[in-house]
Design a protein around this ligand. Structure first.
Ligand SMILES: [Zn+2]
Length: 124
């Protein structure tokens, strides 16, 4: 009789422990779990930022350009063609893409919405 009672107790305790584990995993208190993970957030941009000076340039190495893409078309960038860069998020654009943004997107950057672009100077 004592053995049956003991077995019963062990089963009940096991069920209680399992239930507690399940609750801990699914409860909204899982926020502590979320806090343990690093989640990058976009830096807050200052919208009131003045436009960059007219002669502002972004100097980029030709070798680095090979790994970068046009933010509008997703195509490769031609280092020998005229290129532009968003002054805020640094996205690259070809002249054709800048024109397309001007006509179809209110001249706003496809990634951040900024209207400021600077020329890209390619160096070896
Ligand atoms: Zn941008």
């Amino acid at each position: 009789m004592g053995r049956v009672l003991l077995a019963f107790l062990v089963v009940v305790l096991g069920i209680l422990a399992a239930r507690r584990l399940m609750e801990a995993a699914s409860s909204p208190a899982g926020r502590t779990t979320e806090d343990r993970h690093y989640r990058p957030r976009a830096a807050k941009r200052d919208r009131a930022q003045p436009p960059p000076p007219y002669n502002a340039r972004s100097v980029v190495r030709r070798s680095a350009l090979g790994e970068l893409r046009d933010a509008f078309t997703g195509g490769p960038l031609d280092a020998d063609a005229e290129l532009f860069r968003c002054a805020e998020c640094q996205s690259f654009y070809s002249v054709a893409s800048v024109r397309a943004l001007a006509t179809d997107n209110g001249a706003k950057c496809i990634n951040c919405g900024s209207m400021h672009r600077i020329a890209v100077e390619v160096v070896d």
